[in-house]
Design a protein around this ligand. Structure first.
Ligand code: G1P
Ligand code: ZN
Length: 544
């Protein structure tokens, strides 16, 4: 087996977004495209010779081919060992777990998360560092810079390896260990949650749950953990076989894309608890019987109940949430006397806070919740956390949420997405908002008076790094907010995200439809951003 040096030319569009490089499959299939990016990753790292790399993905179309390429490139570039999930499967949280557990130098995760898969869908690749978390901006910037000058990559001339049997193989000088995709992750979950109590709940005959894996990566994990280890009846996990195109669906666990689950939970004879996860297993949606828990509330409720869960019994160091996430967790943090950090969108910003033990729980409004157990958000972890709370409190989901609102007030919350917007128009809108926002201070819109308007900038309290232009915020004197951002994960045109939040302390007024409760703020968002004119749409494409 010889190491080949292949001459190549840079592609100029390999800038990692919110979560790695995401493009349509066809783009990744262009000759040298994937190889260039992988080599750009390796070239911007130092000290990995002889070290361990973790590789795995969400099983989407092109996963297997990409893994064979990456293994041969890792061998040619001098890695000592690669740990790869069987069949090329590792959920994003499992990859983070494996990187940490085995002291790997880093990991490459192949996924475009919740974006559709298949030959006409999306593919993605991201690099995670030794703490198990997404590479911070200085690393992704170095990768991007290298991708613009790259002129060669290294690859071992070797046959493909068998990914479908666990065991130890060699590729040139490098060892390849094909590992069980689930075991390490399942063990970690067992160390955090009261499995005995959850098993009691799931086998009591008084409680039914339904988990929809949306034909994505969590299928094998959910089967093993819920059905085999925790005794839930067979059939609890639906759509549990990962498919390369996710069965043609959109593997995003929200009310729109996980509609089958929503119908079950809102139907006759609904189960007590429903959950779904996304393409790569890091997102979660949680439902009670005829009841939806917003991700922001979920984070707040997990924090408020953390003492009921063995892994968090000793209390929380702090909570971190992304800026557009509602301020519900802030109220819990205040009550607990701990810090609540507000970071830019994207899990990479939580890494330093978790490493420095400043935050224990983290979350984003986009159906992402997690903790210091790994350095990614974690869908099944959130589901298990809820199950642990339900097993201890023995109350329905809805009752737990309503009690929470009574104690802390309700943060009405919604996100309106306008997808597939012309990029130039979207950028112009953001530029206009950027200059308009600061001038709005003191201005009144109906009952709302603007307290501040800015473009969110974040200074990392651990390393002092500054991230600018993270979203336009318009904050009102009563704590309500409207936030505008452009998505950093889309692959076609621009996606405009509008985040809306208001606060209702009065329990008698906590029962409204969020779209009704937020109607005034929705109108203000239209007035300041001219969304209809900009997007050419009269309503958002997705409301969550
Ligand atoms: C979206 C979410 C963000 C999440 C990211 C990766 O990014 O909004 O919270 O971290 O996906 O799952 P966006 O498309 O908004 O840049
Ligand atoms: Zn994801």
């Amino acid at each position: 087996m010889t190491i080949q040096t292949i001459a190549t030319q840079p592609f100029l569009d390999q800038k990692p977004g919110t979560s790695g490089l995401r493009k349509q499959v066809q783009v990744f299939q262009k000759p040298h495209y994937l190889q260039n990016f992988v080599q750009a990753i390796f070239d911007s790292l130092e000290g990995y010779q002889g070290q361990t790399l973790v590789v795995g993905g969400d099983g989407r179309y092109y996963n297997r081919e990409a893994i064979q390429i990456i293994l041969k490139m890792a061998a040619a570039n001098g890695f000592g060992r690669v740990l790869v999930g069987r069949g090329g499967i590792l959920s994003t949280p499992a990859a983070s777990c494996v990187i940490r557990k085995y002291g790997a130098f880093g990991g490459i995760i192949l996924s475009a998360s919740h974006n559709p898969g298949g030959p006409d869908g999306d593919f993605g690749i991201k690099y995670n560092i030794s703490n198990g978390g997404p590479a911070p901006e200085k690393v992704t910037e170095a990768i991007y810079a290298r991708s613009k000058t790259i002129d060669r990559y290294l690859v071992l001339d070797a046959p493909d390896i068998d990914l479908d049997k666990t065991g130890i193989l060699t590729l040139g000088e490098m060892t390849v260990e094909v590992i069980d995709s689930v075991s390490d992750y399942a063990q970690l979950m067992e160390s955090l949650f009261d499995f005995d109590r959850i098993r009691e709940l799931l086998t009591s005959g008084r409680f039914r749950m339904c988990m929809d894996s949306l034909h994505a990566v969590t299928g094998p994990y959910a089967h093993r953990i819920f059905e085999q280890q925790l005794g839930a009846p067979a059939g609890t996990v639906q759509n549990g076989v990962p498919l390369e195109d996710f069965g043609g669906g959109h593997p995003d666990p929200n009310l729109v894309y996980a509609h089958d689950l929503v119908e079950v939970l809102y139907g006759d004879n609904a189960p007590d608890f429903g959950a779904a996860s996304d393409g790569d297993g890091d997102r979660n949606m949680v439902l009670g019987r005829r009841f939806f828990v917003t991700p922001s509330d979920s984070l707040a409720i997990l924090a408020a109940n953390a003492k009921l869960v063995p892994g968090y019994r000793n209390g929380l160091a702090g909570i971190a949430r992304s800026m557009p996430t509602s301020q519900a967790p802030d109220r819990v943090a205040a009550q607990l006397g701990i810090d609540c950090y507000e970071t830019p969108t994207g899990w990479k910003f939580f890494g330093n806070l978790l490493d420095a033990d400043r935050a224990t729980l983290c979350g984003e409004e986009s159906f992402g919740t997690g903790s210091n157990h790994i350095r990614e958000k974690d869908g099944l972890w959130a589901v298990l956390f809820w199950l642990n709370i339900l097993a201890v409190r023995q109350q329905p989901v809805e009752e737990i949420v309503r009690e929470h609102w009574k104690t802390y007030g309700r943060n009405y919350y919604s996100r309106h997405d306008y997808e597939g917007v012309d990029s130039d128009r979207a950028n112009t809108m953001m530029t206009n908002l950027r200059s308009l926002a600061p001038t709005l201070k003191g201005k009144t819109f109906g009952n709302y008076t603007v307290e501040y308007g800015d473009d969110f900038s974040y200074t990392d309290p651990v390393d002092g790094s500054v991230s600018q232009k993270q979203g336009i915020r318009i904050g009102f004197t009563d704590g309500s907010r409207v936030v505008f951002r452009l998505s950093g994960t889309g692959t076609q045109g621009a996606t405009v995200r509008v985040y809306l939040e208001s606060y209702e302390p009065d329990p008698a007024k906590q029962d409204q439809d969020p779209q009704v409760a937020l109607a005034d703020l929705i109108a203000i968002a239209e007035e300041v951003a001219q969304l209809r004119a900009t997007t050419g749409m009269d309503k958002p494409t997705v409301i969550t």
